[in-house]
Design a protein around this ligand. Structure first.
Ligand SMILES: C[S@@+](CC[C@H](N)C(=O)[O-])C[C@H]1O[C@@H](n2cnc3c(N)ncnc32)[C@H](O)[C@@H]1O
Length: 612
């Protein structure tokens, strides 16, 4: 058996290497891989895994890892969490389930687009692996690995000496209560030269401990916040059994806070590990001034459960700390970060609010791996449980034997909740592959997809061509590349919208329509993906109208009805795109798209002489 598996791997490596050059070889090799697989005995039986799954379903905490059941298995029990929160009367309740822990449930009907939560960050700061950033505004602090070459230049904080950025608003904001002020006091009390380092390599490693320290400092500065943090899930028992995570936290947080920064007396090792866990499990990724940050939002936002088909969407927005003061500054980039959560589709009273902790445009194996490794549970939502991923076929490979008379055989997992389950063609049933083989194929193709330059139309189209016999057209790796193409056609040099021949305008239209169909399933309702893609869709349609008019294929009077219909279709897409994207932060590119969509819609309505 071992020999057969190794041979399979060798064949796979050859397959990916040659895929660049010989298109036909791809199909041939995948045949070989799948045929070899079909005769290899499978490791681990489905039965034993099913038993394991059921056992995991029974218990939520302790040493056992979480496994969530499909909807029916989500045992719920209402607990009286209301007492803990004064302002809970906001249209939702907190329930607990054995599997998911606490989660939020609608206590009234919510319209699509309606605001559910608008909460200030409990803590925000540099993400793990962050480069040095200003601890007030989060701009990157230096380039070319030298502090001195920065734009804007770094200036040491007058109190603690940490490098901050030289932008006027940050220099002045040093005297305000801001994200840096509490740690500044702690650093001031510690030995100054020990808290930061002029050596960029050492400094890099120190940024990882900033957010844990900010959380820990609530123990001193706010009993209410500290209590809130203590109530958050940290999965300590599970994380203790994951040496990579635990040891990294020991090095990058525990040792830095206690030894390097001399705060041994203030925080125990156990406390720091717990806070690291709280951050891993509950923090949101956010972006600010070009840097990646993480933030904890509460008292309710962090309680939202995960589903691979979310029914909410969220944005992080910046609210100036003190509008009057900030007006004096040359730059308004500092302030409090808030998160706003809206219903993306209608949510009825009694339904849970779900957000996706994973990237929805990934396939089941990749999403579940991410959730297991970083959020410590095995997702078993409706999408994860369905081999077709709710009819999107986002993980499906093509069965080369079956493609006759336009019928596509799709190779799908026989049990997506069991990562060892074999994969089989849904038409002929003859092709059977080991899940490890499928993983290796996807890993290698994924590596190639990740290397594709996002502005290289030819490279993206070639990728789709090269793997057309291996991946189903809606496989998530194809969808990712198609998403890129939908955005670059019409925008980059050589492919601006007016330069595109009709065939490429059609291509952009087709791509957008194909994507929207998928997005309507994986992120239904008013999702950011839908908003952006609707805007992209309007461009080829509008350009084709203008060309048809300019080149006399349609006449403004004679073909008035057709013209009106086509313009109204464009208006509809622009209007919906504007409505979705106008909720994005006013500094974001999505918001700029909303404004452009609104203007485009007005132009068309004026043309149609329709009241806006
Ligand atoms: C951000 S916390 C959510 C709040 C948490 N339930 C609590 O009681 O504090 C994320 C954790 O909730 C649980 N969880 C959320 N969604 C889940 C799901 N769909 N299936 C299983 N566990 C889930 C997991 O334990 C996960 O690590």
């Amino acid at each position: 058996m071992t020999i057969a598996i190794n041979l399979t791997d060798v064949v796979l490596i050859m397959f990916v290497a040659f895929a660049f050059v010989v298109d036909v070889l791809v199909a041939v090799v995948i045949h070989v891989v799948l045929v070899v697989d079909a005769v290899v005995p499978k490791s681990g039986s489905n039965k034993s895994n099913k038993q394991k799954n059921r056992k995991n379903l029974e218990k939520r905490s302790g040493n056992e890892e979480n496994e969530v059941g499909v909807d029916d298995d989500r045992k719920t029990e209402e607990i009286d969490e209301k007492e803990k929160y004064e302002q809970i009367d906001q249209g939702f309740r907190i329930l607990t389930s054995e599997i998911m822990g606490r989660y939020l449930v609608a206590d009234k009907d919510f319209r699509a687009g309606e605001m559910i939560l608008d909460e200030e960050a409990i803590v925000v700061g540099p993400c793990q692996g962050s480069k040095p950033v200003c601890l007030v505004c989060y701009r990157a602090l230096y380039s070319k690995d030298k502090f001195s070459d920065t734009i804007p230049a770094t200036v040491p904080c007058k109190k603690c000496g940490w490098p901050l950025c030289g932008v006027e608003s940050c220099i002045r904001a040093r005297n305000d209560p801001n994200d840096h002020s509490n740690e500044c006091k702690a650093f001031e009390a510690a030995r100054k030269d020990a808290t930061f380092s002029q050596d960029p390599l050492i400094q890099y490693s120190l940024y990882e401990a900033i957010v844990p320290l900010r959380v820990l400092l609530y123990k001193k500065h706010s009993a209410k916040r500290w209590q809130e943090i203590c109530r958050m899930e940290s999965h300590d028992e599970i994380r203790k059994n994951r040496p990579i995570i635990w040891n990294t936290n020991q090095d990058k947080a525990v040792n830095v806070i206690r030894d390097t920064w001399g705060l041994k007396e203030d925080f125990s090792e156990e406390e720091i590990h717990r806070v690291c866990g709280v951050l891993e499990v509950n923090a949101f990724e956010i972006g600010r001034n070009g840097s990646s940050l993480r933030g904890l939002f509460g008292p309710f936002t962090y309680l939202m459960a995960h589903d691979c088909v979310p029914n909410t969407s969220h944005v992080d927005v910046l609210q100036p700390i003190n509008k009057n003061k900030l007006r004096k500054y040359s730059d308004e980039d500092t302030g409090t970060i808030r998160v706003q959560v809206r219903a993306s589709s209608a949510i009825s009273k009694g339904e849970a609010f779900y957000l996706s902790y994973a990237y929805t445009m990934q396939g089941t194996m990749a999403r579940r791996k991410h959730l297991y490794e970083s959020k410590f549970f095995k997702c078993a939502c409706r999408r994860c449980s369905d081999p077709t991923e709710l009819g999107t076929y986002m993980s499906a490979l093509k069965c080369p034997l079956c493609e006759k008379d336009g019928v596509i055989g799709r190779v799908l997992s026989t049990n997506p909740l069991d990562e060892d389950a074999e994969w089989k063609c849904d038409k002929c049933g003859k092709y059977v592959a080991l899940s490890s083989t499928v993983s290796s194929v996807i890993e290698r193709v994924n590596e190639e997809a990740e290397k594709l330059p996002s502005d290289d139309v030819e490279a993206c189209e070639n990728f789709l061509q090269r793997y057309r016999n291996v991946l189903c057209p809606s496989h998530y790796l194809c969808i990712g590349v198609k998403h890129t193409l939908s955005q670059v056609y019409g925008k980059i040099d050589g492919y601006t919208i007016n330069e595109l021949p009709t065939s490429l305008l059609e291509r952009k239209r087709e791509l957008c329509q194909e994507l929207i169909k998928i997005f309507d399933i994986i992120e239904p309702g008013k999702s950011r993906l839908r908003g952006i893609t609707l805007y992209e869709l309007h461009a080829p349609l509008m350009t084709m109208i203008m060309r048809d008019l300019g080149e006399g294929r349609i006449h403004p009077k004679r073909d008035k009805k057709e013209l009106k219909q086509r313009l109204l279709e464009v208006c509809k897409y622009l209007e919906e795109s504007r409505e979705i994207l106008v909720c994005e932060p006013s500094t974001s590119s999505e918001y700029a798209t909303a404004i452009a969509a609104g203007e485009g819609r007005m132009d068309n309505r004026v043309y149609l002489k329709i009241k806006p």
